[in-house]
Design a protein around this ligand. Structure first.
Ligand code: PGA
Length: 259
């Protein structure tokens, strides 16, 4: 069974609720009920409810950009997995490099959120990736190894069915610098090997590994053609319906070739 190509939009801290509806509507209308590609949109928390209403009868899935590691209680400002599930959220981006860098999230803390998500039927999209310094210092594989092992500690083989990984080289995020397909493929293959060592070959073969970092309509086809690149986590290009839909089309074309 080939892995289903997955195109996920990370809207980051952009779009009010009404702007989110304006962005989501043409995407949902254009995609109708296609199921060749798995499509996920991840608006900010404040827009989840509004977008949730729109996707009710569509195949587009709703993702959040963070979740609390705690179930409920006195944690001011936090949002639990159960609260997200209540809004029909199915996925959650965790370990994004912006949260690691600006909010000091460690692998241990990200791991708690991964486990909280999985225990509450939310599918984590766990992001990993090296900085430019780490790449230039030949530390890429060490960094990815530590992030995968730390982020997935305690995840069972059964839970891993619901896991998605995103390789996002920090130096390529929002910079216009994309990893070359060959360079990205090398790291994706390494991640799959790490998954195999940690959770077994069957999990490794089934798990989708998305690429993220300046993926755009004009570079997507070459990236998605690589054997271990199973989709994209899209930032900037997810903020325009036309670009995002073009990426979904690239996903469909890649799916046809990989089938
Ligand atoms: P970008 O962001 O596509 O704007 O580089 C990707 C991400 O941060 O998920």
């Amino acid at each position: 069974m080939p892995r289903i190509i997955t195109i996920a939009g990370n809207w980051k801290m952009n779009k009010t609720a009404s702007e989110s509806v304006d962005l989501a509507k043409p995407i949902i209308q254009a995609l109708n009920n296609q199921n060749e590609v798995a499509v996920i949109v991840c608006p900010p928390f404040t827009a989840l409810q509004a977008v949730s209403g729109l996707i009710e009868n569509s195949s587009v899935r709703l993702g959040a950009q963070n979740v609390s590691d705690k179930a409920s209680g006195a944690y001011t400002g936090e949002i639990s997995a159960a609260m997200l599930r209540d809004l029909h959220v199915t996925h959650v981006i965790l370990g994004h490099s912006e949260r690691r860098a600006y909010y000091s999230e460690t692998d241990a803390f990200i791991n708690k959120k991964v486990l909280a998500a999985l225990e509450n039927n939310l599918k984590p999209i766990l992001c990993v990736g090296e900085t430019l310094d780490e790449r230039e210092g030949n530390k890429t594989f060490d960094v990815i190894h530590t992030q995968i092992k730390g982020g997935l500690a305690g995840v069972t083989i059964a839970q891993a069915e619901n896991l998605i990984i995103a390789y996002e080289p920090v130096w390529a995020i929002g910079t216009g610098k994309t990893a070359t397909p060959a360079l990205a493929q090398e790291v994706h293959a390494f991640i799959r090997k790490e998954l195999s060592a940690l959770l077994g070959e069957s999990v490794a073969q089934k798990t989708r590994i998305l690429y993220g970092g300046s993926m755009k309509p004009d570079n997507a086809a070459a990236l998605l053609a690589e054997q271990d690149i199973d989709g994209g986590l899209i930032g900037g290009a997810a903020l325009a319906a036309k670009d995002f839909l073009a990426l979904v089309e690239s996903g469909k074309a890649a799916a046809g070739k990989k089938a």
